[in-house]
Ligand binder design. Structure first.
Ligand code: PGA
Length: 257
């Protein structure tokens, strides 16, 4: 069985002082969670949040990285730097980066390789825009993004990553995909993994759903067989809502230990 994973993407929010306050609330409300829990603060708050997370079961993630390990790349942050800070995960290819910061499938692929090389678990985001969905191009777009990100990776490498299906029209809009829409796209992603890397890998890889997940819709989404977790934006900034989503994941998948 795939262990559910709930990740909070704090995006460009919170000073380090605010981030520490949020993580302290989460530590109190998420006592020994039975699913994997990750928080992804902005770069500037990673060190402060890391110092709060020692000996807890909440893991640290970053929201992006640069593929070269070091050098003359002003403004960039590399995988070994993130690993050194205690990051275990890194979001890669978020649609906000694809839309506003020129992230291409090729760049996503390079970042993914760098993350794997330095022991970070990539959370690779894919998903279609509303226009693409309305033109019945969802599968085509998702296929291009998955293959563009993962091509050339070994079964072992693919087995080590997490995918997040995040339809762009559902992100930050309050309009989540229906459980059936999430399931359909995520079953499709699992089929792509099976065709490319074999059934055992496809069965092992966790696929999150992201896009307006909140305390009220999480359970139903997470009850879908191919929804193995959630990537949560807005609701992850609220300790109570994020805790409720983590609990929904445990309930949906009946994970008690
Ligand atoms: P949202 O964001 O939960 O605010 O829709 C999700 C995401 O961007 O990962």
């Amino acid at each position: 069985m795939r262990r559910p994973v709930i990740a909070g993407n704090w995006k460009c929010n919170l000073t380090s002082r605010e981030a520490v306050a949020l993580v302290q609330q989460l530590k109190a409300s998420l006592d020994r969670p039975t699913v994997d829990v990750v928080v992804c603060p902005p770069f500037t708050a990673l060190a402060a949040v890391a110092s709060q997370l020692t000996n807890t079961s909440i893991a640290l993630g970053a929201q992006d990285l640069f593929w070269e390990p070091q050098g003359a790349f002003t403004g960039e942050v590399s995988a070994p730097m993130l690993a050194d800070l205690g990051c275990r995960y890194c979001i890669i290819g978020h649609s906000e980066r694809r839309q506003s910061f020129g992230e291409t499938d090729d760049r996503v692929h390079k970042k993914l390789r760098a993350a794997l090389q330095h022991g970070l678990t990539p959370i690779v985001c894919v998903g279609e825009t509303l226009k693409e969905r309305e033109a019945n191009r969802t599968f085509e777009v998702v296929r291009r993004q998955v293959q563009g990100a993962l091509h050339g990776l070994s079964a072992k490498e693919v087995g080590a990553l997490i995918l997040a299906y995040e339809p762009v029209w559902a992100i930050g809009t309050g309009r989540n995909a229906t459980p059936a829409q999430a399931q359909e796209a995520q079953a499709f992603i699992r089929r792509l993994l099976k065709d490319g890397w074999g059934a055992p890998v496809a069965e092992a890889v966790r696929i999150q759903y992201g896009g307006s997940v909140n305390a009220s819709n999480a359970l139903e989404l997470l009850q879908q067989p191919d929804v193995d977790g959630a990537l949560v934006g807005g609701a992850s900034l609220n300790a109570e809502a994020f805790t409720a989503i983590v609990k929904s994941a445990a309930e949906a998948k009946l994970v008690t230990r």
